[in-house]
Design a protein around this ligand. Structure first.
Ligand code: GCW
Length: 684
């Protein structure tokens, strides 16, 4: 009886056709649980195959399913083939984990009502990248750098004795979208992670993740031999240092035989690295690669470097890495952020992609929304990532897209990979904003198949997370428009890095730090003056354009051919410059900010139209978040327009909504954003 009442209470909302149970979002996109107990045939029992069978029993409602393990040299190990014969669904793969992926795939087809895709003609699904990795910027004290969804999932103090249920749930969610590796700790790494005590804890996680096909990787601090090993140097040319790393790597593999390898942030933002000893990135990466090689481990060496004395931060990675092309070991991959500055709402791609034909390269995306409104704003990032992956580098003629450069199609790579900086934490709904789960999902799906469209990914996610009612397509519309809306109300037309420096949340285009690094101050990026606005990166300016191949270099260099979405990235443009629309730059800028605000308001309406189709709990939370988003959009628009107006001296066009704030008080706002609070705390 008690149960019955509880259940009734849980039915917070009744639509004309169905009862919608309240949900806290913890089940993510894995909400099917009405399996009809059809016949499931598995080749044997094993931890991985038991998981596959369990998933099918829990949720599969279709014809009998047979899983077949079959060696096939033409297939990648993790690939699977699907077909239907004699009323049975057959999944074939050379590996157990391939069968698990096939299982999740047919469950996805079921949830999206696409089972008709399984026919008598076999279809093979194969991953675009060998390594599909989440990067956690999780610290050992359980804070998460740029994390907005609670604390780190890893309960280091309780491990290895106490094991949270969430570890397996995490692994399951990742496996269901094809993610096969996780870097557990922050790239600003504590050497402590390599201590015997912590490695025991890491081993426990690796053991839990293994059946799901997920391997563990660690970020390492380059000075670990000193900080942990007591050596007097971390010089990669020092035999003792190399020996220390070899022994450490061997120790790791004794505990974790399938350990994946290291991720390294070196000589970047104060982190130690080989340059501290007059050595190069290649010297540092190769020393680690040599230690890992016998175990088939890899080194992901990040290219995120910039220095205060550079005339243009955007040029640094290219300058520092291209000279070493061909000097890295085959198990080193250069991990490159999509844009040359830093995960901005919109950047051109980093010109380093495709510029090192003899070196493996991979993309690093940021799933967590450091620069896109934290867990407060909805910003579905698949369109941003597709924009990068589909960018043509022209490194070997046309169709040398970043997708093809990094998946080994343009230049051979012995291992291919893609990474996303995680947005996951201890919040019940994992990602803080219920709709931010779509970004975790989208990253996994694109890592598996970079040819999927954002529309298809959004549809899959909505169907699985909210249901198949056609009204819910309004949510696809909202998601697909959301990233461009953020660009519009934060930094349209190629503007970038005009955030307030306390936390990268609100606007701060006016902020300066007397005596501070220029490249940490917004005016360095927007360069507004009485003539115009934008960073001149043409041949007459910083010449960053010349790092791109033709025809891009010329296209970007010329004001008339540069895409308007990147105009102020590459050019300092007069306020009165005529845009393609016929409006002046100033008017166009105003219009973009206004469009962004209007879009945020439209998202509120779209979401409200879904009230009867979404459970009350998730409905309310998203509704609240959209209020914050719209408030912030207005804040951004008013702050940026009023501030830039002090340079342009032009009127805000009449068809643009009037500011509701005044500039002075906006500039006086001092705000601090707590790591575990989603809403910014405004201190005045
Ligand atoms: O985006 C910037 C962040 C830092 C981060 C750094 C990096 C982990 O503001 O918090 O540090 O990039 O990618 O290394």
């Amino acid at each position: 009886m008690k149960k019955h009442i509880a259940w009734l209470l849980a039915c917070l909302l009744v639509s004309p056709f169905q009862i919608i149970l309240a949900e806290d979002g913890s089940r993510l996109w894995l909400r099917q649980d009405n399996g009809t107990q059809t016949e499931i045939v598995v080749p044997k029992t094993s931890p991985t195959l038991n998981l596959a069978a369990g998933e099918l029993r829990r949720a599969w409602q279709g014809n009998p399913v047979t899983l077949v393990l079959k060696a096939d040299k033409r297939m990648k190990k993790e690939a699977f083939t699907l077909r239907q014969t004699d009323g049975k669904v057959i999944i074939t793969s050379p590996s157990e984990v391939g069968l698990l992926y096939g299982t999740y795939h047919i469950l996805r087809l079921q949830a999206t009502r696409s089972l008709s895709e399984i026919t008598e003609v076999p279809v093979t699904c194969s991953p675009s990248y060998d390594l599909r990795l989440l990067n956690h910027w999780d610290n050992l004290d359980r804070s998460v750098e740029r994390g907005y969804a609670g604390k780190s999932l890893w309960e280091w103090d309780e491990l290895p004795l106490h094991v949270s249920d969430r570890y397996a749930e995490y692994a399951r969610a990742n496996a269901s979208i094809g993610i096969n590796g996780t870097v557990l700790n922050n790239v600003n790494a504590s050497a402590q992670i390599l201590s015997p005590e912590y490695l025991e804890k890491v081993k426990v996680l690796a053991d839990i993740f293994r059946p799901y096909g997920i391997r563990v990787f660690l970020s390492v601090n380059f000075a670990s031999p000193m900080q942990l090993g007591g050596l007097s140097t971390a010089d990669p040319a020092d035999k003792q240092v190399a020996g220390w790393w070899k022994r450490k790597v061997n120790e790791i593999y004794r505990l974790i035989p399938d350990f994946g390898g290291f991720l390294v942030k070196a000589n970047s933002e104060g982190q130690p690295g080989p340059q501290d000893y007059g050595r190069t990135h290649a010297d540092g990466a190769n020393m680690l690669a040599d230690a890992l090689k016998p175990h088939k481990g890899v080194v992901m060496w990040r290219s995120f470097v910039y220095s205060p004395d550079s005339d243009d931060r955007a040029k640094q990675a290219y300058k520092e890495f291209v000279p070493f092309d061909g000097q890295f070991r085959s198990n080193v991959i250069i991990q490159i952020k999509n844009g040359p500055v830093d995960f901005q709402p919109r950047e051109p791609f980093t010109p380093l992609f495709g510029a090192m034909p003899h070196t493996a390269q991979m993309v690093e995306f940021q799933i967590t929304q450091e620069y896109l409104g934290f867990a407060n704003h909805v910003a579905f990032l698949s369109p941003m990532w597709k924009e990068c992956l589909e960018s043509d580098t022209y490194c070997r003629g046309a169709n040398s897209t970043i997708a093809r450069v990094t998946d080994g199609s343009v230049y051979p790579q012995s291992v291919t990979a893609i990474a996303g900086v995680s947005n996951i934490g201890t919040d019940a709904n994992w990602c803080g904003h219920p709709l931010a789960q779509a970004n975790w999902y989208a990253f996994g799906r694109l890592a598996w198949n970079h040819e999927l469209s954002s529309e298809a990914i959004a549809r899959e996610w909505v169907c699985q997370t909210y249901g198949t009612d056609p009204h819910l397509q309004a949510l696809d519309t909202l998601l697909l428009a959301s990233r461009e809306a953020v660009v519009d109300y934060m930094m349209p037309l190629g503007l970038h890095h005009i955030f307030s420096f306390s936390g990268h949340y609100g606007p701060g285009p006016w902020q300066t730090m007397p005596g501070g690094r220029p490249d940490w101050q917004p005016p360095y990026y927007h360069r507004a003056d009485s003539i115009g606005i934008g960073f001149d990166r043409t041949t007459a300016g910083s010449d960053a354009v010349s790092q791109y191949n033709e025809p891009l270099a010329s296209q970007y260099n010329d004001l008339r051919t540069c895409p308007e979405s990147l105009l102020l990235w590459f050019h300092h443009v007069p306020w009165t410059y005529r845009m393609k629309s016929g409006r002046t730059l100033w008017d166009e800028l105003c219009l973009h900010y206004d469009t962004g605000v209007k879009q945020a308001r439209r998202f509120q309406t779209l979401w409200d139209s879904l009230q009867s189709y979404v459970d009350a709990e998730r409905y309310e939370l998203v509704k609240q978040k959209l209020i914050i988003q719209t408030r912030d959009a207005v804040w951004w628009k008013d702050a940026c327009l009023l501030y830039f107006q002090t340079f342009s001296r032009q009127r805000i066009p009449l068809d643009v909504e009037r500011p509701i704030h005044e500039l002075e008080p906006l500039m006086q706002l001092r705000f601090r954003i707590g790591n575990h609070e989603n809403a910014p705390l405004i201190l005045n």
